[in-house]
Design a protein around this ligand. Structure first.
Ligand SMILES: *[C@@H]1O[C@H](CO)[C@@H](O)[C@H](O)[C@H]1NC(C)=O
Ligand SMILES: *[C@@H]1O[C@H](CO)[C@@H](O)[C@H](O)[C@H]1NC(C)=O
Ligand SMILES: *[C@@H]1O[C@H](CO)[C@@H](O)[C@H](O)[C@H]1NC(C)=O
Ligand SMILES: CC(=O)N[C@H]1CO[C@H](CO)[C@@H](O)[C@@H]1O
Ligand SMILES: [Zn+2]
Length: 418
């Protein structure tokens, strides 16, 4: 590896590096390089404090909550396209009664549930604004090394709703472990005997779910199994990073809830896919970052990732959309926030999914498989997380890029759209 950074430097830069490397386990260790001029040094606690002050400054944004009726609009309700009708945004939820509402003519437009990016790494409020302007109303932050930073992005009024992972569980001496070691070596797991203490420490700050890493060398099967079963006992979902064939098999065997990324070496076979299906596991292929990795490292195979996704879908395993968006100066594997979600939808279609399945994977299916009952569909009573576009995304998925308006929990995004 080329990284020469200072131990214990807790810069958010390192926080991000760790997740990108998250993708380069096993045979792909040399995939990324840093800009040699990069100067680490941002203080994550200062970012957290700033993001908290941003939250306070925006308190008044809630006053922009009002009642709006979008008339004569076609609705993709999370499952299918419905004939034109009226949708009411009443405060922070989708309402029923259009009386007294400001009207918007929705003729020629399609209204969708706000998009859900099931895998990304936002760090500051600019990232939230970028997600918001592209209609991503919920995003899952897939690695939280510093709880204060994770928490500081949650519940920011009028911006993307962020749901946060634990720190990623990784083994001493693994690719991920070596990165974790530079951020906070006390977050490493040296062997199964340390797994319970690691989990207790993470659950103490109450992350929304637990993230673990399957890689070789890495955590052994019994440690992955233990982390998974103990998390389940504490009612936490377990999401596993797996970017190679063998890592996917490990994640399957551990019984995790979701397997993230796609295989960059070779796809799994029908037998493994059948086992993933039988265990009711969910896959999030993150094709956007797989593509970014392959562009850096030609010996990694995008075709393997694509075939893997195709087989997963053909087998009937539920798929949810995620990008692995992250933005860090100096890092060669950047995937921008928000716009990447629209690219991801296109890549999933290229991997054999129908337009309707792809839209579900980014709305209703994502909400269902994450257990979010308050969103993901255009139904009265749910959060008014909505995306108004021009054009029919069931005919041409690129229509999701023609964004007209975005509402986040009932608040219309007031910055530049798209
Ligand atoms: C989210 O923020 C709003 C406005 O600041 C506040 O009223 C609400 O209690 C917060 N909700 C949570 C779950 O923190
Ligand atoms: C992690 O770092 C150790 C010590 O520098 C090194 O021996 C080991 O090869 C590294 N592991 C991987 C998988 O790169
Ligand atoms: C957030 O980080 C990006 C780099 O990814 C930077 O360009 C932007 O200025 C930062 N925003 C804030 C508010 O610090
Ligand atoms: C917009 C805002 O206030 N966000 C803050 C988040 O943290 C960064 C880094 O410290 C600040 O520059 C931003 O001002
Ligand atoms: Zn990631």
């Amino acid at each position: 590896m080329r990284f020469e950074l200072h131990a214990y430097d807790m810069s958010p830069f390192l926080v991000s590096i760790s997740l990108i490397l998250a993708l380069v386990s096993g045979d792909f260790v040399q995939c990324c390089q840093l800009d040699p001029t990069f100067q680490p040094g941002l203080d994550p606690l200062a970012i957290a404090a700033d993001n908290e002050s941003f939250r306070l400054r925006r308190r008044d944004v809630t006053s922009s909550l009002s009642k709006t009726a979008i008339k004569n609009v076609q609705i993709f309700d999370g499952y299918r396209l419905l004939a034109p009708s009226t949708v009411v945004i009443d405060g922070s939820t989708i309402g029923v009664d259009a009386r007294g509402a400001q009207e918007i003519d929705g003729t020629g437009f399609v209204l969708l549930p706000g998009l859900i990016d099931s895998h990304c790494h936002p760090e500051n409020t600019t990232h939230l604004e970028d997600l918001s302007r592209y209609g991503v109303t919920t995003a899952f932050n897939m690695a939280t090394f510093i709880p204060q930073l994770g928490e500081s992005l949650k519940n920011q009024t009028g911006l993307t709703d962020i749901i946060v992972a634990s720190a990623p569980a990784s083994a001493t001496g693994s690719v991920h472990g070596n990165i974790t070691a530079r951020i906070d070596p006390t977050l490493l797991i040296a062997g199964q005997y340390e797994a319970q203490a690691w989990l207790d420490r993470q659950l103490a700050w109450n992350p929304d779910f637990v993230k673990i890493v399957a890689e070789n060398p890495g955590l052994d099967q019994s440690t992955l199994d233990l982390l998974t079963s103990r998390s389940h006992k504490r009612q936490k979902k377990v999401i596993c990073h797996a970017a190679t064939h063998d890592a996917v098999v490990q994640a399957m065997m551990a019984g995790v809830d979701q397997i993230h990324h796609s295989t960059l070496d070779r796809p799994v076979d029908n037998v493994v896919a059948g086992q993933i299906l039988a265990k009711k596991q969910i896959v999030c292929p993150t094709l956007s970052i797989m593509k970014a990795i392959v562009a850096q490292r030609p010996s990694a195979s995008y075709e393997a990732a694509r075939e893997y996704t195709q087989l997963i879908h053909r087998t009937g395993i539920p798929i949810i959309a995620g990008t692995d968006a992250n933005l860090q100066q100096g890092l060669m594997l950047e995937v921008p926030f928000g716009i990447s979600m629209h690219e991801e939808l296109e890549l999933m279609i290229d991997a054999g999914m129908s337009n309707a399945d792809v839209l579900r994977s980014a709305t209703s299916a994502a909400a269902d498989y994450w257990g979010l009952r308050d969103r993901g569909r255009v139904v009265p009573g749910l959060r008014a997380d909505l995306l108004l576009i021009e054009g029919n995304p069931l005919k041409n998925i690129k229509a999701t890029r023609n964004i007209k308006k975005v509402w986040l929990n009932g608040i219309e995004f007031d910055g530049r759209i798209g």
